[in-house]
Design a protein around this ligand. Sequence first.
Ligand code: CTP
Ligand code: MN
Ligand code: MN
Length: 530
Amino acid sequence: MVPLKRRKVVSSNVGNIKTGAENKFPQVVLFLLERKMGASRRAFLSQLGQKKGFQVEEVFSESVTHVVSENNSGDEVRTWLDSQGGGRGRTPVHLLDISWYTESMQAGRPVQILDRHKLQEQQTDGAELVVFSVPSYACQRRTTLENHNTVLTDALSLLAENAELSDQEGRGVAFRRAAAVLKALPGSVTHVTQLRGLPCLGEHSMRVIKDILENGASAEVESTKQSERYKALKVLTGIFGVGAKTAERWIREGIHTLHQLRGSGHTLNRAQQAGLQHYDDLNRPVTKAEADAIREVVERAVVSVLPGAQVTLTGGFRRGKLTGHDVDFLITHPEEGREDGLMSKVVSWLESQGFLLYQKTTRNSYLESKDGPARPSSNMDRFERCFSIFKLDKDERRGTNAAEDTSSVGAHVQVKDEDSGSQSPILRDEQRRHVSAEDGGPEETKLWRAVRVDLVVSPISQFAFALLGWTGSKLFERELRRWAGHEKNMSLSSHALYDSKQGRYLRVTSEEEIFAHLGLEFVPPSERNA
Ligand code: CTP
Ligand code: MN
Ligand code: MN
């Protein structure tokens, strides 16, 4: 019996260090077995592969996905592998004959693995592989950050993202659900038969998974990744304030890059201007240390304007992620009503101290109707909230003296992308100020960075719902709401839980109680990474 394979999948951007050649096929890590092949032929073939952009490893390791041998039987290779100390639990995905390698060299890419390429082993029956099983809703599963199937989930997430950016929400959700199922598996998938009976794996997702398992890559994923449209959507929606619809419209006008956007004469709104101005910073992941520094600032602001108010870190960082695209905070006060008007005071404080490069605050518009929530209940919650861009000092002061140099907010803004000198009417303001990398304002001399921060204020009576709703992941939240509606005839939002059968709102003071009302086992934040 072939046991569950726990081999950690290779990181997709391992370069080919030895030859310096570009690693064109990140999902394929090759190892040529010297046994019966001989050292010199092995060296020759390895170099040939590396020149063609393949990653061919000198030494066998767990990262190897394809073992290639000449004149060995499957069992001989298996015995050799076992002797490498890994044992059967760490076997690579493919044991292949040299014919697969030489054909791949000729093709200049990993060719599809056919039966004749595979070394025959005693038993690799699907029936003998571990078959995984998971419950269908992501909120019934525990999904940690330890993902044994990153190659597959990255591929499916890319297709999900592409669908979402193309106004195909349904497709996007289907790919997200499929990826989430694979994230929850306790080991690496090596064969499609292991997925038999798993939920949420539709025909399309299965085709992608099969392609990757059998050929090392999915043509659809690779061509999407390379497509001009996808690349342009990524660049343009990478601007804070630019959604899929706007990006789509620009692309139809032939705008694919920031340079072209700047030259287009389009009028950008305030958010988009800030997004463009801080493009590089906002597209660089925020670290946990930076999140903690911002938390200190937010706490200082909150206690200054309302002693006793509490700040909670939510979003990805609450789930234990080490980086994020922004930092999310939930603010409340233990006495109901005291939080009223808090946001504008916090924002004024932050602004007066020079911490904000941009902010947009929206009012609380939540009203509980005695007939229950409106249908379809919107995904968007209605808390008082602030989408902002913080100016975070890079040195140890961590922003403590930011008030001293408020004049510098926006004064030495740098826009470090391909275009630093265009004469676009949309950015005349920015141009007066900005210093490009070439102008002698290199990144290292910049003493601060821009960070996206979301602030939300909730009354204490809704705090548990807000906390649950703002901790994510997005798919976990979506699944919770789907579970509530479809399985429990309830309606869950970031404000409340309404039981349609009983015709009343269910009050709670903790996340645990919400899970209990929903008939779900409590899932801690670190296990909501679906
Ligand atoms: N959220 C929301 N309404 C929004 C935006 C976000 O309710 N308009 C919720 C999302 O459902 C999610 C949480 O806020 O649960 C955090 O969203 P976001 O910051 O986008 O994602 P993270 O999981 O924090 O990921 P990242 O680390 O990349 O920021
Ligand atoms: Mn976040
Ligand atoms: Mn956020």
